[in-house]
Design a protein around this ligand. Structure first.
Ligand code: MGD
Ligand code: MGD
Ligand code: SF4
Ligand code: MO
Length: 745
């Protein structure tokens, strides 16, 4: 790995120049922020090599959003949100939490975190929930993102680090199978690492759309497989069938480094390519070609290396864990994990999606990526926190289940949200809206009035990326420093301060640290000995060494400083017997499959210009102009069939609800499938129709695929709608509860 020296803060006549990273996705592109306006420029780093995408270039705009939140807000008797003092807002929250706990018990207070929070905030949020509140019910939006890939990697490989090797290793591979990832739009600077594999014709992209990434396979650069949505597991079973049938497997690797291969061999024996073709629609010969090409690139056959990488296209599925398991089985059969320019990896999405799933904001987890139901882990973490292990709650509800139970007789009555715009990004948004309205108290911490914040009873304004110190763990498992470049506007507070102050008001016996470096040191101690061991790291060390990957224990060989672990699995797997586990899986199909009354697949995802729920990027004029609103991408042939022309409004209806957006015609998608990005609220919000069915193993919702009917939007229908949901670009906030007495205003 090349080392790029950290650029320390240097004095500058126009203001300081600070070396930091982009606030958005898990690529965490390196950038510098200059001057009082935090002007962005790209900075050389092994992942982005100086490049940034459009979102990164414009990221400083959100620091100055005209509607930036700068004061706490409390909903009054008039159902409107009104400015309030911090003291009043925090007192109200503490009082309601205390009363709710007294009446219903601590699990009636729930906490929802996010993969955008720094490691320090994620850790503190988990500690706050388990100690100051004492609730089991804390989960986060990573459940919508990576949960199935994480579950599959944990059970097969013994650890979940998205990429178990540096991203730059991609450059050395001879073949890469990219499953359901649209890297060209979701991490544009990462595409440069594909140059080598494309030059050898080895890029294989699996996507029902001919996405920007699938188009990278053109001109002999590789192969695009365009399966029916939700059938990737069958594609993978067929590839593995061919590997075994044609004796292409790395049998010595299988014998020495894995267990369970015989069951897997049997489970794929019936998935010969012609049978798979019937289900996934990919030509049997093409499946054979792909299997042979991956095998030829594998070390066992003298190739330079083969990689299998997954994105949300295969993971956000009710069979997501099993699909990723099938991908890992294929990688193991080819002898890839731990070998040069080879292996399986999941491409983590959110800025701190990786660290966000290590430090204990997940319902089943304690810091260091330990299980909360493991007595040894409980004892260790309780020791660091200074509490009796008996007082720590057990496993709480996973996100979708938690949201489904909000405000029900047995469910949580209070919800604190940190770093998620649930109303736009959670599945089956209509139902969620009802559940949020049924709460006794909804508290949202954010820096902009997101759609979810506008529904809250109390809104707390927090600092943003360039206004705070902290660390993020990138898609490679590299721990990097986020640095403060400018002062926050007066009136906002850091979440570390807010949580510490709330803990005091809840009369918690546990003090929460408020300084990011001190929180990091505690987090590092709490993680010692766990799978994600950060105990050899500190802010000071990370400032000097930008090439540190976890696990990084306190001491290395012979008591030296540990160098971190850029590559995992080179000699062994962190399982009980040191072997990777191969697990037989089979295809079940999407939970909401097409049928006569819903004959079209809706697949959802992202566009280059917008990030997630759009709360940040819709506030950046350049991005909003480049991609102003929701649309439905559909094949020209489907448009002809339903009588729709380019730009005309269409209505998609599922058993959950309906969504209206303009048709965008293309030949890049299957004729049985339409695509919608999910970045907007209102009538064009894709999650009004998605299903909240979940993967039984990981709790991951099936965002990617559901069945819809489609028709042109008829004006008469619109006129007949008694309660249009659209109000500008946001759902009009429904005033739900009255919190502030007239006399207290
Ligand atoms: N511009 C932008 N970049 C982002 C983000 C963003 O919101 N905007 N978010 C970040 C985050 S949190 C994440 S998780 C990542 C996500 O990054 P990606 O996984 O690359 O993004 P998606 O667009 O959600 O999905 C990828 C592809 O899956 C395809 N797909 C849908 N259904 C199926 C299927 O059944 N099988 C297969 N094989 N493919 C299918 C879609 O057509 C889509 O092209 O991006 C990160 N980067
Ligand atoms: N249909 C469909 N739905 C999807 C997906 C899909 O592919 N299809 N993808 C899913 C995926 S992968 C993801 S990751 C989710 C993400 O969806 P969300 O969880 O909604 O993520 P964001 O839009 O990033 O929301 C973050 C919110 O927190 C705020 N915020 C950012 N940083 C901080 C911070 O440090 N502290 C606090 N308090 N607030 C902060 C932002 O302003 C924003 O309002 O969406 C999921 N929803
Ligand atoms: S690819 Fe991701 S990290 Fe890089 S500039 Fe774009 S949004 Fe930021
Ligand atoms: Mo994500």
């Amino acid at each position: 790995m090349t080392t790029t020296a950290a650029t320390p803060a240097v004095a500058d006549p126009t203001g300081p120049t600070i070396a930091t990273h982009c606030p958005y996705c898990a690529l965490q592109c390196a950038m510098t922020l200059a001057g009082p306006q935090a002007e962005v420029s790209g900075r050389d780093f092994p992942t982005n090599k100086g490049g940034l995408c459009q979102k990164g270039w414009t990221s400083a705009t959100v620091l100055r959003a005209p509607d930036r939140l700068t004061t706490p807000l409390i909903r009054g008797r008039d159902h409107e949100l009104h400015p309030a003092s911090w003291d009043r807002a925090l007192a109200l929250i503490a009082e309601r939490i205390t009363a709710t706990k007294a009446t219903y018990g601590p699990d009636a207070v729930a906490v929802f975190g996010g993969g955008g929070l720094t490691n320090e905030k994620a850790y503190t949020l988990g500690k706050f929930a388990r100690t100051a509140i004492g609730t089991a019910n804390i989960d986060y939006n990573g459940r919508f993102c990576m949960a199935s890939a994480a579950a599959a990697a944990n059970r097969a490989l013994g650890v979940d680090r998205g990429l178990p090797f540096p991203l730059a290793d991609l450059a050395g591979a001879q073949a890469i199978l990219l499953l359901g990832s649209n890297l060209a739009e979701t991490m544009p600077p990462a595409v440069q690492h594909l140059a080598g594999v494309r030059g050898q014709g080895g890029l294989i992209v699996v996507d029902p759309r001919r996405s920007a990434t699938a188009r990278l396979t053109a001109d002999g650069a590789g192969i695009h497989l365009q399966p029916a949505p939700g059938t990737d597991l069958v594609v993978l079973q067929a590839l593995l069938h061919v590997v075994f049938a044609e004796r292409l497997a790395d049998e010595s690797y299988l014998a020495q480094r894995t267990s369970g291969v015989e069951q897997v061999r049997r489970s794929v024996s019936t998935w010969w390519p012609e049978r798979a073709e019937q289900v996934c629609g990919i030509n049997a010969e093409t499946l054979r070609t792909v299997a042979r090409r991956l095998a030829a690139a594998s070390p066992a056959h003298g190739g330079r290396g083969a990689m299998i990488l997954s994105g949300r296209g295969v993971e956000q599925s009710t069979q997501g864990t099993d699909t990723v398991t099938a991908a890992i089985n294929l990688a193991l059969a080819l002898g890839l994990p731990g070998r040069a320019a080879s292996g399986y990896g999941a491409i983590t999405g959110q800025g701190n999606g990786q660290g966000g799933r290590e430090h204990g904001q997940k319902a089943d987890q304690l810091p260091g990526y330990r299980r909360i139901d493991d007595p040894a882990a409980r004892a260790q973490v309780a020791g660091v926190w200074g509490v009796d292990p008996e007082t720590l709650p057990g496993v709480g509800l996973p996100a979708v289940e938690l949201l489904r139970r909000l405000g029900t007789p047995e469910g949580p009555k209070v919800l604190l949200v940190h770093g998620s715009n649930l109303l736009v990004s959670a599945p089956n948004a209509g139902r969620l809206r009802d559940r949020l309205a049924a709460l006794d108290l909804l508290v949202v911490s954010d820096f902009v009035p997101s759609e979810t914040a506008l529904l809250a009873d109390v809104v707390l304004p927090v600092t943003q990326w360039a206004e705070e110190e902290g660390t993020m763990t990138s898609l490679e498992g590299r721990v990097i420093r986020r640095r403060r470049a400018i002062d926050p506007p007066p009136g906002v507070r850091s979440e570390l301060d807010i949580l510490a102050e709330l803990a005091r008001r809840l009369e918690s016996e546990v003090d929460l640290e408020t300084g990011p470096a001190a929180v990091f040191d505690e987090l590092a101690r709490a993680s010692a000995g766990g799978p994600a061991d950060y105990s050899g790291l500190s802010h000071a060390r990370l400032d000097l060494e930008p090439d540190l990957f976890w696990p990084c224990p306190a001491t290395g060989p012979a008591g030296s400083q540990h160098p971190g672990t850029a590559r995992l699995f080179t000699d062994t797997f962190p399982t009980a017997d040191g072997r990777a586990r191969m697990i037989a899986v089979d295809h079940r199909g999407p939970s909401d499959d097409v049928r006569p009354d819903a004959p079209i697949y809706l697949v959802t995802g992202r566009v280059l210009q917008h990030y997630q729920s759009g709360a940040q990027t819709r506030r950046v004029p350049e991005l909003a102009k480049a991609c102003p609103g929701p649309y439905v991408e559909m094949h020209q042939a489907l448009a002809d069939r339903i009588g729709v022309v380019e730009g005309e409004l269409v209505v998609l209806t599922s058993s959950r609800g309906e969504v209206t957006a303009a048709a965008r015609l293309t030949s890049n998608i299957r004729t049985d499938t339409v695509f919608m990005p999910f970045h907007w609220s209102g009538a064009g919000s894709a999650n009004l129709v998605t299903t909240d069915a979940t993967d039984p193993i990981s709790g991951m919702p099936e965002f990617k695929v559901c069945a819809v009917s489609i028709c042109a939007s008829r004006p008469s229908q619109q006129a007949a709608d008694p309660a249009p949901r659209r109000s500008g670009d946001s759902l009009s906030p429904v005033p739900v509860r009255v919190l502030m007495d007239e006399e207290n205003r």
